[in-house]
Each structure stands twice: as structure tokens, then as C-alpha cells.
Design a protein around this ligand. Structure first.
Ligand code: 5GP
Ligand code: MG
Ligand code: MG
Length: 179
């Protein structure tokens, strides 16, 4: 696995430090509230697990799986809900936990859905942000790292469903993609 990695961009320690910092900010900003924290599966599952441990609030958690139509690595903007939430968002302060924002199409669709279901507020926490890929006007309220337009894997992020279990985030050797 680790032999397929060309370069480590963010070490396990760097990620942990950042997640702790984000959790502290969220704890401060949501004081007195009990947010519904939504993990966007699958990519955000490790970030979600680490982040909620750093949020000192009476929060609730739920999970949603979405996928964009088409086989491309780029989002098409047409998003399909694979697994919906169990808990109603109506009247709730919702914190959406996402691994990475590229075009922003996935999250803008999700926010639309949550607002139509009468969420009281929607807030985004994204570990990674690729602002150069943006196709819609959307920004994360809490973001970990701003990265250039490269395809990254690890810490929940996959390539062909693999590499999610790497404890760090990096880029793969070019030959991995040509296999
Ligand atoms: P968007 O709709 O913002 O273009 O795409 C967001 C989704 O595309 C992310 O939630 C993630 O699943 C996937 N994605 C975007 N960039 C990357 C990347 O660099 N690496 C991986 N593994 N997935 C990415
Ligand atoms: Mg994602
Ligand atoms: Mg993926």
C-alpha cells in the first residue's frame, strides 16, 4: 500500500493537530446548541470519527451516502442519495462533515436537500479544500487544509475504493493510475 505513495502531503500528526483545532472552534461556535453532525460517506468516515471526539457538545451523529452519476473522477453535479439520514433535520442545526471540496457540486446539492427539509442552519466542515476546482459559489465554514488541484488519497479518501486506510494523506505514483 504505502509503496504506491509518491509523496506524503499531510502526516498523521499534522492531520490530528488540525482536526483538534477544528473541533475546538466548532465547540466554541456551537455553544448552547446540540448540532446534528452528518458524515458524508464514504470519504469522510475517518475525519468524522476523529472530529466528533474533539467537539465537546451534546451532539448527535448521522450518516449519508451520496454518489455522483458517471464514472469520472470529477463530480457531475447530479447527485444520487445512496443512503439517506435516519434522523430528521427539521429545526436542527446541521453540521455537514465532508472529506474534500472540489467543484462544490456535491455539497451544494446536499445543502439544497437539507434546506428543503427545513434544517434550521447548515454549516460545512471540510478537511480539504481545492478552491481552483470550484464550479459553484460555495465555501466551507471550517476547513482544514487548502490544497492544489491534485488527486489525494488516504485518511478516508480512496482511489478505486482503496487507500482509505492510510493514516496520512498523500499522492499516488503515476504508474498506479495506469494499471
Ligand atoms: P465535488 O462535488 O466537490 O467536486 O466533489 C467532492 C467529492 O469528490 C469528494 O467528497 C470526494 O469524494 C471526491 N474527491 C474530490 N477530490 C478528490 C481527491 O483529490 N481525492 C479523492 N480521493 N476524492 C476526491
Ligand atoms: Mg466526500
Ligand atoms: Mg471516491
Amino acid at each position: 500500500m504505502q509503496n504506491d505513495v509518491l509523496e506524503v502531503l499531510y502526516s498523521e500528526q499534522q492531520i490530528q493537530d488540525k482536526v483538534k483545532e477544528m473541533g475546538e472552534l466548532i465547540t466554541r461556535d456551537f455553544e448552547g446548541k446540540n448540532p446534528l453532525v452528518i458524515c458524508v460517506l464514504k470519504g469522510a468516515f475517518i475525519f468524522m470519527a476523529d472530529l466528533v471526539k474533539r467537539i465537546d457538545l451534546p451532539l448527535e451523529t448521522d450518516f449519508m451516502a451520496v454518489s455522483s452519476y458517471g464514472a469520472s473522477t470529477k463530480s457531475s453535479g447530479v447527485v444520487k442519495i445512496i443512503k439517506d439520514l435516519d434522523i430528521s433535520v427539521e429545526g436542527r442545526h446541521v453540521l455537514i462533515v465532508e472529506d474534500i471540496i472540489d467543484s462544490g457540486l456535491t455539497l451544494s446539492y446536499l445543502i439544497d436537500v437539507l434546506e428543503r427539509r427545513n434544517a434550521l442552519s447548515t454549516t460545512i466542515a471540510a478537511l480539504f479544500d481545492k478552491p481552483t476546482g470550484r464550479k459553484v459559489d460555495l465555501d466551507a465554514d471550517y476547513k482544514g487544509f487548502v490544497i492544489p488541484d491534485a488527486f489525494v488519497v488516504g485518511y478516508g479518501l480512496d482511489y478505486g475504493e482503496k487507500y482509505r486506510n492510510l493514516p496520512f494523506v498523500g499522492i499516488l505514483k503515476p504508474e498506479v493510475y495506469s494499471h
